[in-house]
Design a protein around this ligand. Structure first.
Ligand code: 13P
Ligand code: SF4
Length: 355
């Protein structure tokens, strides 16, 4: 039962004390968030793993790529635990390292090598990708970004290269590049399995940002029609969306940003304000519960949770914590050292590029 699980988690957490830090993403259900020592967006949680060398173990309540990142940025003696190993991210799975290497080979053939100090192509990967892809970026002069620093990271890339290939979220890539003034023609889509990703050589030569054909199945559900309806229902509504939403949705919104940006925008609201939010339902419902003086609702009337985030159930949390108390390290996420070293290069470039 819920109270039994609550007692087990609280007891194990008390026994482990400062040796343990529980990290929780904003999309986690409330029954998990209440135990987290740190709650944040993917950037903040990566930073938290780096900034707590005193902890022996991080229990990461989020998805697999976030736990991998925590393992890479934390110290060697620290372990990172994912309570349910089935908590992946369907977007991250849309780019495999084999596909990325294949695309890179084709692109280097088409673009050739640079004869000046600007590289022909810089690989940029969204945090929502495997450690292997982050490592690929680290090895090839590239960098990682999150939804909170994508513009800064693209600027970093354009200081060093003529073009970017952006993995795996086409929407974050497109929204960021559009905001920087690039046109649709400069952003061809790369479809793995098609020669040249389904493009002509000339399209790739003319490209500024080559967009990998990935997307988030939660955020791609949001529509301009939903925004229009929210505006018809409430004349004072403020629409804020995550940059994983399609470009027309982002353009029709009043604000766009990471989960932390969304949280801050609502924190800055005043009684009577109305917010229509285009992101995961657990975060939206929690913000409404914390702010009964405002009206805060999800743009999508059909509840849209991230099904893999939801796989972190309190029963798994209780199980991993009790195993830690018993001296075991359950469900450890351990990135292979050579991959971790290269991925860390790309992650550290991101941390240093932050304005
Ligand atoms: P944030 O970086 O905004 O936390 O987003 C991560 C994510 O998975 C959004 O779907
Ligand atoms: Fe991945 Fe989308 Fe879930 Fe974020 S909301 S973890 S991008 S599937």
């Amino acid at each position: 039962s819920e109270s039994e699980l609550d007692a087990r988690i609280t007891a194990a957490k008390a026994t482990l004390g400062d040796r343990l830090k529980i990290l929780g993403h904003f999309y986690q259900r409330d029954e998990i968030v209440k135990y987290a020592d740190f709650v944040g967006d993917s950037f903040m949680l990566a930073q938290a793993a780096k900034d707590h060398p005193e902890a022996e173990a991080f229990v990461f309540c989020g998805v697999h790529f976030m736990a991998e990142t925590a393992d890479i940025l934390s110290q060697n003696h620290q372990s990172v635990i994912l309570p349910n190993l089935a908590a992946g991210c369907s977007m991250a799975d849309m780019a495999t390292i084999d596909q990325v290497e294949e695309a890179w080979e084709q692109l280097t053939t088409v673009l050739g090598t640079s004869d000046d100090d600007q590289a022909e192509l810089i690989p940029v990967t969204y945090m929502n990708s495997s450690a292997a892809i982050k490592a690929f970026c680290g090895r090839n002069g590239g960098i990682v970004c999150t939804s909170s620093n994508a513009a800064t990271v693209l600027e970093w890339a354009f200081e060093r290269g003529k073009r970017v290939i952006f993995f795996p979220d086409q929407h974050l890539g497109r929204n960021t590049a559009k905001a920087m003034g690039m046109t649709e023609e400069q952003m061809p889509l790369w479809r793995p399995y098609l020669p040249l990703g389904g493009n002509t050589q000339q399209q790739l030569i003319d490209a500024k940002v080559i967009l990998w054909n990935g997307f988030c199945s939660v955020h791609k559900r949001f529509t301009v029609a939903q925004i229009n309806k929210a505006r018809a229902d409430f004349d004072n509504v403020q629409v804020i969306v995550h940059p994983e939403c399609p470009a027309p949705v982002v353009e029709a919104a009043d604000g766009v940003g990471s989960t932390e940006y969304i949280r801050k925008a609502i924190e800055a609201g005043k009684p009577g304000d109305v917010f229509a939010v285009g992101t995961e339902i657990n975060l939206v419902n929690r913000l409404q519960a914390q702010h009964p003086e405002m009206t805060i609702f999800c743009l999508d009337p059909v509840v849209c949770p991230c099904s893999t985030m939801y796989r972190i159930h309190p029963a798994y949390l209780a199980w991993v914590l009790e195993a830690l108390v018993a001296g075991q390290i359950p469900n450890q996420i351990s990135v292979e050292p050579t991959v971790a070293a290269d991925a860390e290069v790309a992650l550290e470039r991101m941390l240093a590029a932050r304005p």
